[in-house]
Design a protein around this ligand. Structure first.
Ligand code: ADP
Ligand code: MG
Length: 684
């Protein structure tokens, strides 16, 4: 067995379960080892019922007072029991586990689950059951909790990982000992086995540091090498004309902010310079990045070139397309925008591709599939990516394969400090849009408990009557067992009943077909729908300036950066906007976190405060941003490791001869695989 082998090389994994692993993007043994736990379970001392905390996973020591006979309801076999101690009782229920009766009759047991109040009683559903001896064995370990997919259990993944570790096929250590000493990094094999099965928390922290370092190191090093190779690409495009673009600029209903003007100037200068542009425009949500990109795209069109704009979601791509259509009609611009997304029918796609290839359309808007589909561009001179992690090495290579070296513009709202941005976007020049359009009135925020809901609905009704619209965000799509969070499907029904019938309520979520999603979004944008109940699919980029209320249910379940993005959906027009964060948790730390949002509308401030609240031990808390997709590292909490990795990458870049030394051979091999894209671990 080899680390690059297919996972079917493992005992117990046949084609069928391999297909499940594939759903998690696990194809090789190496992928499996990089499928890091998302959390760890520790089996702490069990508590007595008196000490139970509601809505928190824990183990409870109790004796079984009563076991009811197994009841059949529809296709469910329900087993009820009552557990207790001298003073208190807890109601226990299991579904389709009649065999537990035996174990329960032993009297003293430990149950592990999340207690809650149901029909006025303390209740636990589907808890794990242990005898005292069984539990004792589990205590004192940290057990991995993996991201799962339907049909694949945590146990199955755990077993597979164990098998690999036991077989000893892991990779060779590839960092020279000197470097490991300098940065205090664990040995590679130790780090990998420990991240899956740590003995104690300190070991986990040490192991994780090594893996985070590796991830950042390869990322930064490849960026540096990329920068060296792209810096010198000559600009073969001629961008001398600007009459149409200036016309548009002068006739917009608003003046660009100073920061927008500066960003556009930067772009224009690049387009006209000796070398190809690689620029990042960074600006908080609502700072008006789209128009800057639009101007650049118009400039390309005006100079006889094709350009492309990629968005991370279809909804956003569609919105951008409509925006360009709108501009074209309103200002009678000589541009032909075209949309190309994955959900279009084969025929629609074929026609769109034909038009692109023949140069009949000159502003191509789509999702990142633009580069996977066999699209042949005609004189492509500029590629803009909106709200994407970044424009990676792979995509750039794909462009080069298309025989082109277009200018590249990346737009991002990720609020990262400049020092980090310089590392992460090391190959890009940066323009910062650090002011909001002047007509903006700051959003009014409130953090409330669930008892406030009725008032919130009344408020939404009032805003709708004033001609505005509202978003209501729920964390889940539909009801799931054991989770107490609000879901979009039920919430839509509920709101339809509560709000007057002439207020149109609809829902939107990721499980809907792309066509249906687009339809809902369009109707919301044109105010045929007044209240949109949605998951976070509207999180990035969506622009409906008439919406003035953002109500977020279970705000405690979201990261602050994410809540800030959600809030960015309102306050986009000239009317006063409101954000209502409904917290389902009474916990003090939750209140503190949400209070940060309450106090500030500034993305930078929010992420830095959030960071302060999270100690270095909080490795697996809510991730800061899902926007930079590293597998294990977090650019915010691991900023120091990122800096160290960047330092080392810098040293190697400046002194490439070291790579020829024998102790660097392994590293060189790994780097080559990484750059060739063979190593799938990293999110380039
Ligand atoms: P983001 O930076 O989050 O992508 P958008 O580009 O979607 O923000 O802009 C948000 C809203 O602000 C849009 O409705 C846009 O038309 C408007 N807008 C952009 N620039 C200005 C400006 N200088 N003055 C007034 N409104 C603006
Ligand atoms: Mg945007």
């Amino acid at each position: 067995m080899n680390i690059t082998d297919n996972i079917t090389a493992l005992k117990g994994i046949g084609e069928k379960s391999a297909a499940l692993f594939h759903k998690l993007n696990i194809y090789t043994i190496e992928d499996l080892m990089r499928h890091y736990p998302r959390d760890y379970e520790s089996y702490d001392m069990p508590v007595g019922i008196r000490m139970v905390e509601k809505d928190t996973l824990q183990s409870i020591r109790l004796s079984i007072k009563k076991i009811e006979g197994v009841k059949k309801v529809k296709n469910l076999q329900i087993l009820n029991a009552i557990g207790g101690d001298s003073e208190n009782t807890i109601f226990l229920t299991w579904f389709n586990m009649p065999f537990l009766r035996n174990k329960l009759s032993s009297g003293q047991v430990i149950v592990r689950g999340t207690p809650f109040i149901k029909n006025g009683r303390l209740t636990m559903e589907q808890p794990e059951v242990f005898t005292l001896a069984e539990y004792e064995k589990k205590q004192g370990q940290l057990l991995p909790v993996y991201p799962l997919t339907k049909g694949l259990t945590n146990n199955a993944i755990t077993k597979a990982v164990k098998q690999v570790i036991d077989s000893g096929v892991l990779k060779k250590e590839y960092l020279p000992i000197g470097i490991r000493k300098e940065y205090e990094l664990a040995e590679y094999n130790y780090a990998v086995s420990t991240i899956h099965f740590p003995k104690k928390f300190e070991d986990l922290v040490y192991a994780r540091k090594r893996l985070v370092f590796d991830e950042f190191f390869f990322f930064v090093l490849s960026l540096r090498l990329l920068k060296e190779s792209t810096e010198k690409i000559r600009n073969e495009f001629e961008f001398s004309k600007d009459t149409m673009t200036n016309y548009l600029l002068e006739h917009l209903p608003f003046q660009l902010t100073k920061a927008q003007k500066r960003a556009f100037e930067d772009v224009k200068n690049n387009l006209r310079s000796e070398y190809v542009m690689n620029r990042l425009i960074q600006g908080d949500v609502g700072s008006g990045k789209t128009i800057v990109a639009a101007l650049a795209l118009c400039l390309a069109a005006e100079n006889g070139y094709q350009s492309a704009m990629m968005a991370p979601t279809e909804v956003l791509a569609k919105q951008h397309y409509e925006y360009f259509e709108e501009l074209r009609k309103q200002y009678d611009l000589d541009i032909t925008p075209i949309l190309l997304t994955g959900s279009m029918t084969a025929k629609q796609k074929r026609m769109a591709k034909e038009r692109i290839e023949m140069g009949m359309a000159n502003i191509v808007i789509g999702t990142h599939t633009l580069f996977q589909e066999s699209v042949h561009f005609d004189r492509l001179a500029l590629v803009v990516t909106d709200e994407q992690h970044r424009f990676g090495v792979r995509q750039r290579e794909m462009l080069m394969e298309k025989g082109n070296n277009p200018h590249v513009l990346v737009m991002s709202a990720t609020p990262i400090p400049r020092t980090l941005a310089i590392i992460i976007y090391g190959d890009l020049d940066i323009s910062v849009i650090d002011e909001l359009p002047a007509n903006r009135i700051p959003i009014k925020n409130c953090v409330v408990g669930t008892s406030y809901r009725q008032k919130a609905y009344e408020f939404i009704e009032k805003e709708v009557r004033a001609g505005h619209q509202a978003y209501v965000i729920c964390p889940m799509v539909e009801e799931r067992e054991g989770r107490e969070a609000e879901n979009v499907v039920d919430y839509e029904e509920k709101l339809k009943e509560i709000l007057p019938t002439d207020i149109h309520v609809e829902c939107l979520h990721g499980k809907m077909k792309p066509g249906a999603k687009n339809d809902i979004m369009e109707r919301f944008a044109s105010n045929q729908i007044q209240v949109l109940v949605s998951t976070t699919v509207v999180e990035v980029g969506v622009n409906v300036p008439n919406a003035t209320v953002m109500m977020v249910e279970n705000a405690e379940l979201f990261g602050l950066a994410q809540l800030h993005q959600l809030r960015g959906r309102v306050g986009r027009g000239s009317a006063q906007s409101y954000c209502i964060f409904v917290s389902g948790s009474e916990k003090e730390e939750t209140k503190k976190r949400l209070e940060i949002l309450n106090k500030s509308n500034d993305g930078f401030y929010i992420s830095s405060e959030d960071l302060k609240l999270r100690g270095p031990g909080d490795l697996f808390g809510v991730r800061q941003s899902g926007i930079m997709e590293f597998k294990i590292g977090d650019i915010f909490t691991d900023a120091a490791i990122l800096q160290a990795a960047a330092d080392m990458a810098g040293e190697i870049c400046e002194n490439k001869e070291v790579l020829e030394q024998q102790e660097y051979w392994e590293l060189k091999k790994c780097l080559k695989r990484y750059l060739d894209g063979e190593s799938t671990s990293l999110s380039l």
